[in-house]
Design a protein around this ligand. Structure first.
Ligand code: FO1
Length: 348
């Protein structure tokens, strides 16, 4: 049970991917939805068939609207595929599956953007349309692209090319967030970080969902960027740009209210390539490996019951470590995890 006064707290969560959307759903079922802000990764955004597609924003939106395809974790549950079938007949590009209703939403977004609206404004319009009281904010209105270098060929490819077209099975030697050095946080993001009672770093993929958010220069001044010494970002001339090099105010107050949840359980990611990417980036693919990179950012780290043996190692890094069930197989388990995370920071 969550005490009545906790439901009035302000909670801000950093999120991306399917695991992140489940976390947000858990939080809005634990506390008042209008007091929750989701800061969402946009490094996965892509333009296909002339349409601006923002998968992480849409996954959170569809999940909170109760319309997501729960089996896949993304896209709409009640979907039809006429456009894709016709495109297949035309031998067009169909590796990125877009349902008919989903396409309508991308058309709507693309149209608004082409008329000068920002991604924040489009997202807010969609939230109003779907009756969502939670504040869903893109991390930035500036273009930031997650780009991965293939270890075998040295070729650089975009996020969806890696994740969907190549089924994230190919080894990667480098990840960068193109455009990040010129980007600023979207309206409301910095305020949501400073005014929150609790900040939750969702059990999303660190490299693909969370680091892009933490690497935006004005965000990294509030929330220290991950401890990660390989270059993770480059500027437009491909020159190294490591947000950790930048002098950031060490903000103990913000760290004290920040809790991160491990996306790795018993050395494996539940979904996606987080375990392999950690390995490829030279970090131990365990919950302790993830804790080591969040140690300046969060004061509390949550690991799964299966990893209880790692608690001491993590506490030796200077974080409090909470051991609980972190598998979100339904709304109830997501809510329970959210309550544990909030209570761990508020310390009750
Ligand atoms: N994921 C897939 O594995 N295959 C797809 O064809 C696919 C299409 C897609 C369309 C719209 C959308 O919002 C998400 C979609 N995703 C698909 C998921 C997406 O690639 C990932 O959830 C995220 O980008 C990872 O965070």
């Amino acid at each position: 049970m969550i005490p009545e006064n906790l439901t009035k707290l302000k909670v801000t969560a950093l999120t991306g991917g399917v695991g992140g959307a489940k976390m947000i759903q858990g939080i809005v079922n634990a506390i008042e939805p209008s007091r929750v802000t989701a800061i969402v990764n946009t490094g996965d955004d892509t333009i296909l068939h002339g349409l601006y597609i923002s998968p992480d924003l849409d996954t959170v939106t569809y999940t909170l609207a109760g319309m997501v395809d729960r089996g896949k974790g993304w896209g709409l549950a009640d979907e039809s595929w006429t456009v894709m079938h016709t495109l297949e007949e035309l031998k067009g590009e169909t590796w990125f599956r877009l349902g008919d209703k989903d396409i309508a939403l991308h058309m709507f977004r693309t149209n608004m953007l082409s008329r000068g609206a920002t991604l924040s404004e489009v997202t807010s319009t969609l939230c109003t349309h779907f009756g969502i009281a939670t504040h869903i904010l893109p991390m930035s209105n500036d273009p930031i692209k997650t780009v991965l270098t293939l270890a075998e060929t040295g070729e650089e490819i975009g996020f969806q090319e890696y994740f969907v077209h190549l089924s994230h099975t190919v080894p990667v030697s480098r990840i960068r967030y193109a455009g990040i050095e010129d980007a600023t946080a979207a309206p409301g993001v910095l305020e949501a970080i400073t005014s929150a009672d609790v900040i939750i770093i969702s059990p999303s993929n660190p490299f693909l969902s969370i680091f892009p958010i933490l690497s935006i220069p004005d965000i990294s001044e509030l929330l220290p960027p991950p401890v990660y010494h390989q270059t993770i970002a480059t500027d437009k001339h491909h020159k190294s740009f490591d947000p950790a090099d930048k002098q950031h105010k060490n903000n103990p107050k913000i760290r004290a209210k920040t809790v991160a949840i491990s996306p790795i359980i018993a050395g494996k990611a539940l979904k996606g390539p987080a375990d392999r990417l950690l390995n490829e980036m030279g970090i131990q693919p365990t919950a302790a490996g993830v804790a080591s990179i969040y140690r300046d950012t969060a004061s509390v780290f949550i690991i799964d019951d299966e990893d209880a043996a790692l608690k001491e190692e993590i506490e030796d890094m200077g974080m409090r470590c909470l051991v609980t069930n972190t598998i979100m197989h339904d709304v109830e388990s997501s809510r329970n995890l959210a309550i544990e995370a909030i209570k761990a920071v508020i310390q009750i």
